[in-house]
Design a protein around this ligand. Sequence first.
Ligand SMILES: NC(=O)C1=CN([C@@H]2O[C@H](COP(=O)(O)OP(=O)(O)OC[C@H]3O[C@@H](n4cnc5c(N)ncnc54)[C@H](OP(=O)(O)O)[C@@H]3O)[C@@H](O)[C@H]2O)C=CC1
Ligand SMILES: O=C1O[C@H](COP(=O)(O)O)[C@@H](O)[C@H](O)[C@H]1O
Length: 498
Amino acid sequence: MNKFVMTIFGASGDLTKRKLMPALYSLYVAKRLPEEFEILGVGRTVYEDADYRTYIYSEMEKFVKSEEQNKEKMDAFVGHLHYLAIDPALESGYGQLRLRIEELSGDSRPDDLLFYLATPPSLYGVIPLHLKSVHLNEGRARIIVEKPFGYDLESAEKLNRIYASVFDEHQIYRIDHFLGKETAQNLLAFRFANGIFEPLWNRNYIDYVEVTAVENLGIEQRGGFYDTTGALRDMVQNHLIQLVALTAMEPPAVFNADNFRNEVVKVYESLTPLTETDLNEHIVRGQYTAGGNKRGYREEKNIAPDSRTETYIAMKLGISNWRWSGVPFYIRTGKQMPTKVTEIVVHFRETPHQMFHCAGGNCPRANKLILRLQPNEGIVLKFGMKVPGPGFEVKQVTMDFSYDQLGGVPGGDAYARLIEDCILGDQTLFTRSDAVEASWHFFDPILRYWNEHPEAPLYGYPAGTWGPLESEAMMHEHGADWTNPCKNLTNTDQYCEL
Ligand SMILES: NC(=O)C1=CN([C@@H]2O[C@H](COP(=O)(O)OP(=O)(O)OC[C@H]3O[C@@H](n4cnc5c(N)ncnc54)[C@H](OP(=O)(O)O)[C@@H]3O)[C@@H](O)[C@H]2O)C=CC1
Ligand SMILES: O=C1O[C@H](COP(=O)(O)O)[C@@H](O)[C@H](O)[C@H]1O
């Protein structure tokens, strides 16, 4: 028989209930899972199969979009769920795991297997070794491993060595769910399927680039994880730098997994190494304090009362290559900001000479292109136009494409896209081992610097604000300000809580 069996480690956790199960359900409804499949949850929490199904069903009622909920289909979907209570850190349970997988696959040599590691990162190294000990790494087995992949450069290299000793690279899927977002992929189409922007996409026409991924939530129930992780490892080393790569990469001659990932690695390898001045002046870290009715980070559950973990980071980085030399990329991420938004803003150079009057004294000398990944996914171009009437007064206007015009973001959730790609064996949107290491190579000095300089500033910012003022000062050096995402699109009041 040899059915497809997907095993989720960390099946009682936050990611599983909020993202993985809704994604798998949507694939199931769309008939995009293999015809014969079973899903096995693994964790230390004790559930009988029936209890686990009831638990996941009730979580799906919260996390599956209401218009996609269908009792009959949800019942049928949870009927494919099973659960095995073992501690995934201990090899002793893996004999049992193998037997359970054999039973679910209907074959004593199960072969069509997918393992998803949705556990704390401390388990990413041991689980593959234990899988190998019971030969579950063989045949068509694939493994998806969550981020952060490694805690620093050394641990990422070590993890890569472990994975290489258990799996071939084509079996390893290091997931970064930002790459599964429709609008992140659309950035590639926008750049490389259109002739008009690419000739301008370089240091001759672009002044600077901003990448913002901020959230209006705190750390919720993830204190234990977050306090040992922080924003640099949680968001910057993976998600933000991927967005930089999509913005900065060269077009591959042929679009396939290896060519695309080669270009990503080239961007990482071109990141200008950080100097002492950069570490001191071009990186701003912050931690949210109480603000509005929100508690401060140090008051959150499972957070050390004297924690110095950053919940905000802004930094300036450069790319030393022919296309980008001298163009600063400003990136920032933070928890408990005024809104949740992910966007890339490309600032073109100013016109060399201003000859018109400006409406309201505000001269729109430079064009801006805003690529909004979420929410209100879309693309906005800002440019100057003459105000109707006498004289020549110019005002900045927007040309606006929103996915709403197409009935919403097509293709559904990022996790669904990526899980399906993995099932189909397409690694394009997954991070390759060399990319992980190249990225860590760039960011590792920051971690070392913070470690060696405990006195390095960590600025407080009240929850619900845009982060430390020092990050504004960093932009002022370039004569710029951070773009306020709440003012970028026309229908802003839908999501900005200012
Ligand atoms: N949550 C999210 O939104 C996102 C999470 N991720 C990544 O996914 C991974 C999982 O995240 P999340 O679900 O939030 O994590 P959780 O903290 O919810 O942990 C998942 C499960 O792992 C098990 N676990 C926890 N500690 C241990 C331990 N010491 N030994 C063995 N098992 C343990 C627990 O299950 P049990 O006690 O039953 O064994 C827990 O339910 C993380 O690496 C995170 O970076 C990535 C993107 C988003
Ligand atoms: O990976 C993570 O991403 C989420 C933000 O993802 P989004 O798709 O909701 O924008 C972040 O909240 C979390 O801390 C981090 O682990």
